[in-house]
Write a protein that binds this ligand. Structure first.
Ligand code: HEC
Ligand code: HEC
Length: 210
């Protein structure tokens, strides 16, 4: 009897996985379709500005946050933002506030918000030059191959250029320590060997990039 329940459970999980995979594909296709036509894209960005009126409280107006532990979203890659909203939705990424909030958005609003933030200008900081220089060495050795020469990422990899130092330190430490809030095997193995001081230096370097 136990075995049967087990098989039933496994079948159910596969069905759930299939459902999420299907919904994700539909969302990605919708993002492409909206981005393809300039007029549709502009309308979506305007709608995204309105839909994100509440997000301003933490992520700042135009996606440049004034709070050091809240990420800037300005200039972030829309595919990445969409994937993260999905991860908050399923609980794969953990943040008590964001997990609750994201459930209040429709799929279309998530796409519009991602496109709005992508169209906004990042604002890099001016950290100490010595830390920036040391951080650059860490970046070239450990990060560039995925996040790209200018740390702007791509469709599946986040932009890091201009991001808040404190937020970068928090995120990288979580991947390294596998503390459970963020899960990504690629990131965890890429940063496994970093010391705290390396993470602080690379965060300064990334914050300085336009
Ligand atoms: C009360 C403050 C608060 C509000 C309001 C808020 N956020 Fe967040 N958001 C956060 C924090 C804090 C994080 C970082 C969580 C972590 O450390 O993983 C975050 C992370 C995110 C991320 C992941 C970014 C990245 O670089 O990985 C996205 C996307 C996001 N928020 C979108 C939104 C949207 C869209 C809204 C409005 C509907 C919103 N947030 C409103 C605090 C907030
Ligand atoms: C093998 C490819 C790879 C390497 C190497 C890599 N990353 Fe990442 N990084 C990723 C992926 C993929 C994600 C998105 C993971 C997710 O969805 O949580 C990510 C996410 C991040 C985030 C979260 C961004 C945000 O907005 O929340 C930070 C910060 C980060 N990486 C920093 C670094 C740093 C610093 C290094 C070098 C020390 C590095 N990464 C090396 C692939 C990589």
């Amino acid at each position: 009897m136990h075995k049967l329940w087990h098989i039933f459970g496994v079948a159910l999980s596969f069905m759930a996985l299939g459902f999420f995979a299907h919904a994700a594909q539909a969302e990605d296709a919708r993002l492409r379709a909206v981005s393809a036509d300039p007029a549709t894209l502009r309308m979506a960005q305007d709608a995204g500005r309105k839909a994100s009126s509440f997000c301003v409280n933490c992520h700042g107006s135009n996606g440049v946050s004034k709070l050091a532990d809240v990420p800037n979203l300005a200039g972030q890659n829309p595919d990445y933002v969409l994937v993260q909203t999905r991860k908050f939705g399923t609980g794969e990424r953990k943040d008590p506030f964001m997990q609750g909030l994201i459930k209040a958005l429709t799929e279309e609003e998530k796409i519009q918000i991602a496109l709005f933030y992508a169209s906004q200008n990042p604002r890099p900081g001016t950290p100490d030059a010595g830390r920036v220089a040391s951080g650059r060495q860490v970046f070239l050795k450990h990060c560039e191959r995925c996040h790209g020469e200018r740390a702007r990422g791509n469709e599946t990899i986040p932009r890091l250029a201009g991001q808040h130092e404190e937020y970068i330190v928090k995120a990288v430490t979580r991947y390294r320590d596998k503390s459970g809030e963020r899960q990504d095997p690629l990131m965890s193995s890429a940063v496994a060997s970093l010391k705290n001081v390396d993470i602080e230096m690379v965060a300064a370097y990334l914050n300085s990039l336009p």
